[in-house]
Design a protein around this ligand. Sequence first.
Ligand SMILES: *[C@@H]1O[C@H](CO)[C@@H](O)[C@H](O)[C@H]1NC(C)=O
Ligand SMILES: *[C@@H]1O[C@H](CO)[C@@H](O)[C@H](O)[C@H]1NC(C)=O
Length: 213
Amino acid sequence: MLSRLSILFMMIGSLHGAGILLDAAVPSNNFQKPAFCHDLDCPVYSVLETNDKFEMRRYAPSVWVATDIVTMVYSKQQSSEMFWKLFHYIAGNNTAGAKIDMTAPVVDEIIHGPGPDCESNFTKHFMVPYVYTNMPPQPTESSVYIRHIPEMTLYVRSYGGFSNDDSKRENLVTLSEDLMKANKQFRDDIFYTAGYDSPYSFVRHNEIWLVAK
Ligand SMILES: *[C@@H]1O[C@H](CO)[C@@H](O)[C@H](O)[C@H]1NC(C)=O
Ligand SMILES: *[C@@H]1O[C@H](CO)[C@@H](O)[C@H](O)[C@H]1NC(C)=O
């Protein structure tokens, strides 16, 4: 049952496929921002299918600020250093010297690499708020960059509580099993984690995303 998932952890892939870069979406009147985004800007999507196990969503093109690391072990400390790099960007370390509002969710993209050392590419993202979508201020730190993500169709599993490596792994396993049972095709070289809440919030919403194919 888990063989498909082990491929997910072993194969390498790339987001930059045949995706066409379109203008990023600013929400229109028919985007109902979900409650778990709170009062923050968050990426625009439509729900294609939903059941008690997962949701299939089509995300509009979006603009993010990102930083990545290729490593065998993605430690809490590395994740936190990457968070602060992005936080410094929104706090003013950008060419406009602008203070930029926080958005939701914070997204980690994990591309698992092959090879004996099994290094993987971890990329952390904050979405650029709608008002900056067409002209995002450039980061002043060299390891931080603006990234345009084309439209993508995702399978999403939601869960509550404080997310950690174990709960991420469990929910990734459950989502991929549920998708296989439902005969859904998804990419096995990449997954995403999304967290919508500040560290101080007790009501929490987390998601695991797999890419539909
Ligand atoms: C911006 O970057 C510089 C140099 O890395 C740093 O000293 C400064 O504290 C940063 N500013 C903010 C707002 O993060
Ligand atoms: C890691 O992934 C990001 C986003 O997909 C990409 O921009 C970056 O070039 C990758 N880094 C390496 C070293 O492959």
